[in-house]
Design a protein around this ligand. Structure first.
Ligand SMILES: Nc1ncnc2c1ncn2[C@@H]1O[C@H](COP(=O)(O)OP(=O)(O)O)[C@@H](O)[C@H]1O
Ligand SMILES: [Mg+2]
Length: 227
């Protein structure tokens, strides 16, 4: 059996400077993510959950250490290659959506395919499929600003999934949702893992969502530890 993690953070350090103080988030931390795993990153506000997710998603780079995808050393490549990797292998749902206002739900979901220079018809078909899957088949031509918070979050999820990523990263995907919408996002995340074997890492304060994940980790004294 191949025991190579899907992603591996090795001796990763990350700190920020704020005015004159140094905020140490990770200090030679290591963390492996295996294919098909579901992981919750939990803990108090400000401990570095989003920072960790951004490192896993290559949206931010560590000060030192290595990040591997399968056996590929991601940080040894140029920015453009890393961006290609991110666009094709990683689906990201941000804490604050970052959907494009003024554009329709469908246009937003198509965007990653356009960036990857895929055939417009093909990507449109996949986008419509994804929107249907998140329960928005009747909202595809609505502009983002005309959708409710819950619907916007589901568009963000469809956009993250349209490229069939190997790994889904979600930063508080239900943070701004009411209970009913949270439940439907939870159900979808569960389905994606069970039906497609998708690897999923979520930052969450929601106990129900954290409990659904196979394991939870937090950050303490610069290390990533199980909880
Ligand atoms: N770009 C940045 N510059 C300076 N400080 C930052 C930056 N990003 C995050 N921080 C600080 O690092 C700490 C961890 O942030 P974050 O990862 O967003 O925490 P969490 O997601 O757990 O709430 C916080 O104290 C935050 O203020
Ligand atoms: Mg955060």
């Amino acid at each position: 059996m191949d025991n190579t993690p899907l992603m591996s953070l090795q001796s990763v350090s990350k700190c920020f400077y704020y005015k004159t103080s140094k905020i140490k988030i990770l200090n030679n931390a290591s963390f492996d993510i295996y294919k098909g795993e579901t992981i919750a990153i939990v803990g108090a506000s400000g401990i570095g959950k989003s920072t960790l997710l951004n490192l896993i998603g290559t949206l931010d780079a560590p000060d030192s250490g290595k990040i591997f995808f399968q056996k590929k050393d991601l940080l040894s490549h140029g920015d453009e290659k890393i961006a290609d990797f991110r666009n094709s292998k990683i689906g990201f749902v941000f804490q604050f959506h970052y959907l494009l206002q003024g554009f329709s739900a469908l246009e937003n979901v198509i965007m990653p395919g356009l960036i990857a220079h895929q055939n417009k018809k093909t990507i449109e078909k996949r986008a419509l499929n994804m929107l249907d899957r998140v329960g928005l088949s009747l909202r595809t031509s609505h502009r983002i600003e005309d959708l409710s918070g819950g619907e916007q979050q589901r568009v963000a999820l469809a956009r993250a999934l349209v490229m069939a990523p190997d790994i889904l990263l979600a930063d508080e995907p239900t943070g701004n949702l009411d209970q009913k919408n949270s439940k439907s996002v939870h159900a979808l995340i569960d389905e994606l893992n069970k039906e497609l074997g998708m690897t999923i890492v979520v930052v969450t304060h929601n106990h129900d969502l954290a409990r659904m994940m196979k394991r939870s980790v937090t950050i303490m004294d610069g290390e990533i530890i199980p909880v």
